[in-house]
Design a protein around this ligand. Sequence first.
Ligand SMILES: [Zn+2]
Length: 464
Amino acid sequence: MIRSLRLLPFVLLGAVFASQAQMSTEPHEQPQLYALAAAPSEAELHATIAHLVGFGTRHTLSDTRSDKRGIGAARRWVKARFEQIARDCGGCIEVVTPAQTFTGKRVPQPAEVMDVVAIKRGSTDPNRVIVMTGHLDSRVTDIMNATSDAPGANDDASGVAALIEAARLLSKQDNQATLVFAALSGEEQGLYGGKVLADYAVAQGWNVEADLNNDIVGNSRGQNGVRDNTTVRVFSEGTKSNEMPAQANYRRYHGGEVDSPSRNLARMMSQLAEQYLPDFHVRMVYRTDRYSRGGDQVPFLETGFPAVRVSEGHEDYTRQHQDLRVGTTDQDRGIHYGDTIDGIDFRYLARVTALNTIAMAALSRAPAPPTGVDIAGSLATDTTVTWHKVPAAAGYRVHWRDTTAPQWQFLRAVGDVDHAVIKDVVIDDWYFGVSSVSADGYESPVVFPGYVGSFERSPPAVTH
Ligand SMILES: [Zn+2]
């Protein structure tokens, strides 16, 4: 008895040391993320897409007054759905509908483009914002046809269903940073809804850390017949859209061609999938979007916010932007064209939804990414990494990788400090980055040094 009492102070001291070491160094496995990964409901996703398809067309220039048909009815339904989720969580979500009026090549008369946006404020860091987007509008073969049936089940009711389901699941959990779930309009007419939301974010003074743009995420069968329900693509730009010539010149000598914040966001999503989603993988694509095509992440990038496009692994073009019809030529006889709900693989869509949901939870619970990251060590055998501390970080990790490696390979947990010397790792031969880790073990994305890698908003270049 006496003996064990004497030992008690040492036992306690040991526990303190152990918990400090844990706090400042190692991200933990997060049971909440495993639970979230399994939570998306195929029934919920199905119900959303069935409702949206039921509005006939959601073309941006379609009827806005009918309660049964057109973009207006669809917007009001999404708004009501968000408000239902808000009621179920005791008012934890507010719903706003930012709008602007545009004319353009595909908008001959001035048309109002309105987004439907659910906001769940962060508990401790509300100005840091994680966004998930998808687009509500749909189209057929003729981009100006605003009346024919355009079910848009996959493009992009699937993305809207995913973000509504993510909002429902995350409404029941704590988030330190603010979460935003946005059903955009005007995508097919020229990415207008993404611009409306990016402008709204700037006006609100939001520090958007990530936009996860989900566009075409529900089909697991490629047009060539390949079936793959284990892969989702995450597209990310290599260098920032608004990089200035002097910044580009600096980068040519110091590196950073493949380390924009958007790219390191994609790397984080890939790692989350490997850890929390069995047999489900992110295929990182080193491009802003698919060849010659764009999406609503682009206005975010142009505004200076990190953003990625999430899209299914294999597309079926007979289902995209098509009049509903059956092929009659020798080449396509019997092919059913059109973006109908029978083309959705709900099990697959649930897993894509899970990836987004755990990414939003992980990003919002981690500290902000380190700022002011820099490296030094030219003509030396050691590399020195420096950064500015960020609120809520209990520690930092320095990462490095071979310059040709797609993922970070090595790391050192360096504690709650603002610099580290990595001995015998030569600056010339590796790419370096720093992440922040919270006391409960959530890690931020890795930040590559300098302007090229910073998650802080870089305002658009002003050209005169
Ligand atoms: Zn789309």
